[in-house]
Ligand binder design. Structure first.
Ligand SMILES: [Zn+2]
Length: 332
């Protein structure tokens, strides 16, 4: 077996196996026509999935794999790909924000930004929040959850990556089965780095790496000070993962507002859990009693993390946006 993940340790902790999708569902999906990327507007930076059914989101994912030529290039069995996508979707929980729709939107943003980027990043986007419980790393630590006992840093991100490998190696879901060992190892390494980089604590250290160069723009900053091309590409991939993860704030205001409400709902639910189960006073952004301060806290988040950070740096790499003003409009 090529994977190095620790199935026995995992099973011992949860006493369960991954829930893979049914063969019947995969067979059904396999027979469906897959509309073009233009039909789904998959190249659109202002993409909105609100009108799409769950089935359409999966068909749109198949379109991304087909248009990126992944199926041909990496000899991915189409039926296995159908099943894998359904399994990934199934392993997202019905939480307000960190659900399948979030993963799908992150993958679409990566697809829209990178015309010829690699298989691992799209898989990474689709899997980057697998089995999210609607509570963050700090909650896992405070609650001494089994996950926190396994991983003391980037707790949830390690779990998302482990879940990702578990699905990839589950019978009938092995979309990477026909890659050479060398290519497989490369994909898994990029996947691991990409998923772990979605921890904002890791993002801040990447952001520092860019800032310490002293260069003004993202491209010049990235070209100047790193010793190897591989390192620069890794840093760029990490920044892009965060940019796609937080990209909802670059969407038109109605979309952005809707997503912000979902995030706030999930945060408040964590705050409630902290109060009820851990007897703690939640931080302001998770404190339902401070709901009236939410707009100001959101603007601060956008100014400090999104506008000054990943979004502007990464989107500057792929070309300036006509307007990145939706967040700023709101602040005015
Ligand atoms: Zn996410």
């Amino acid at each position: 077996m090529r994977t190095s993940w620790k199935r026995s340790r995992y099973s011992a902790v949860w006493g369960s196996t991954t829930h893979t999708s049914s063969l019947d569902d995969a067979h059904r999906l396999r027979t469906l026509r897959i509309p073009s990327s233009a039909h789904f507007k998959l190249h659109d930076l202002e993409f909105d999935d609100i009108e799409m059914s769950d089935e359409e989101t999966v068909r749109a994912c198949l379109r991304m794999f087909l248009d990126l030529d992944f199926v041909e290039r990496f000899h991915i069995d189409y039926g296995v790909l159908c099943r894998w996508l359904l399994s990934v979707k199934k392993n997202y929980r019905n939480v307000a924000y960190h659900n399948w729709r979030h993963a799908f939107n992150v993958a679409q943003m990566m697809f829209a930004i990178l015309t010829l980027e690699c298989l691992a990043l799209i898989i990474g986007c689709l899997c980057h929040d697998l089995d999210h419980r609607g509570t963050n790393n700090s909650f896992q630590i405070k609650a001494s959850s089994p996950l926190a006992q396994l991983y003391s840093t980037s707790t949830m991100e390690h779990h998302h990556f482990d879940q990702c490998l578990m699905i990839l190696s589950s019978p009938g879901n092995q979309i990477l089965a026909n890659l050479s060992s060398e290519d497989y190892e490369k994909v898994v390494k990029v996947l691991e780095d990409a998923i772990l980089s979605t921890d904002l604590a890791v993002y801040f250290s990447s952001e520092r790496s860019v800032s310490v160069t002293g260069a003004s723009g993202p491209v010049s900053a990235m070209s100047a000070s790193w010793s190897s091309c591989g390192e620069r590409r890794g840093l760029l991939r990490a920044m892009l993962m965060t940019a796609c993860d937080l990209a909802a704030i670059t969407k038109p205001w109605p979309v952005e507002r809707r997503v912000a409400a979902l995030v706030a709902g999930e945060f408040f639910r964590q705050g409630d859990l902290e109060r009820q189960n851990l007897n703690l006073t939640p931080i302001d952004i998770m404190n339902r009693d401070k709901e009236d301060q939410l707009p100001a806290m959101q603007v601060k988040f956008i100014d400090t993390i999104c506008v000054c950070g990943a979004i502007t740096r990464a989107t500057a790499v792929v070309g300036p946006r006509e307007e990145q003003s939706s967040a700023l409009d709101r602040a005015e």
